[in-house]
Design a protein around this ligand. Sequence first.
Ligand code: AMP
Ligand code: GLY
Length: 420
Amino acid sequence: MNILILGSGGREHSLAWAVHQNPKCDKLIVAPGNAGMTAIAECAAIDPDSSGAVLRLCEEEAIDFVIIGPEAPLAAGVADALRDTGISVFGPSAAAAELEASKRFTKEICDAAGAPTAAYAHFSDAHAARAYVEAQGAPIVIKADGLAAGKGVIVAMDEATALAAIDDMFGGTFGTAGAEVVIEEFMSGEEASFFVLCDGEEALPMGTAQDHKRVGEGDSGPNTGGMGAYSPAPILTQALQDQVMAEIIRPTLAEMARRGTPYQGVLYAGLMIENGRARLVEYNVRFGDPECQVLMMRLGAQVLDALQAAAEGRLAEHRISWADDHAMTVVMAAKGYPGSYEKGSVINGLDALTADSFHQVFHAGTGTKDGKVIATGGRVLNVTARGASLADAKQRCEAMLSEIDWPEGFYRRDIGWRAL
Ligand code: AMP
Ligand code: GLY
């Protein structure tokens, strides 16, 4: 089978690593991919958000199955274009991808499905939004409705911050994503991520994880795309997973199907857990990055069969084999990230590292120059390991990190602190 993965980050490297181990995988292409993947896949320099470019590549390379990594091609309708041409694809339609592309849409689905989530109101003008905040008081959460690369959420601990966020959003800081604003009740508790494969009707849990969004140790400093993750997340007990499946995931899938826009792909539920109950913070319509890296490390080659079962409506009879293991990934980022940072610094020491089913370095933002690996992004490497316990996995990560020679990079040493 010829397989195409769309995307270019550590998430897509880990998907490629898992998929290429499956004996069913003949040719593997990642578009556009990155320098770290070239040993296991061909990279194709096309725009993954362009349906036309993706369809042409599929025809040229006789692609049988497409896995869509990031949200942008999904929101742009690339999955729809592939399905219309009869190519098997893992990932939701643009209509179903609204679960990530519009916060207001997700809130309306939760209302219709009776799924527990924060109380909310939505606004299309600043005056009414300000009046609402003044009436509700702080803490309160202000969200740009549309896709804002993870930056469109302001958790305001005081009213002045909330009012400033409203002015920013309606002032155009997030472009059209902020033309509409959702204001939510502040939820306290512990956050965790739950990943579920969906085939339009059936849902199959695919693992739990916890991410570390702040740049600094002790969860300090500005928010990032994620500085590290581990799986499983011990807080998501089987009882909580059952609650989430029964009260949040299944009713959401039923409501999406009822509307004629069934959901197929991975549904990533961001949850807030307090007093033994989970509420939905948000949905994403893709794997998390770097959460995907730890899920792939644990699941390995069977991922391809599971993603195909979801794409082909066969999840009812599909099973995932779980090992009683743990995985951790530590993000190495360029100094300065998530602010401005230098590109082009050389990373040494990667070649000597052990690479096997317990140790992998997934590349997120690298290139090559004069035969050397260079940093080309903010989040650059995902140092990932698996072990019998989370402490084992962390020890393996630390051993790899100590061998990587990259003075211009940094990482958090406390990944996993909640669970360790
Ligand atoms: P989102 O993009 O919706 O996941 O929001 C980003 C982050 O903001 C979440 O991971 C939470 O840490 C925080 N957040 C979002 N909504 C709420 C809420 N209603 N209460 C508390 N924290 C929230
Ligand atoms: N790591 C958070 C996300 O992928 O949205």
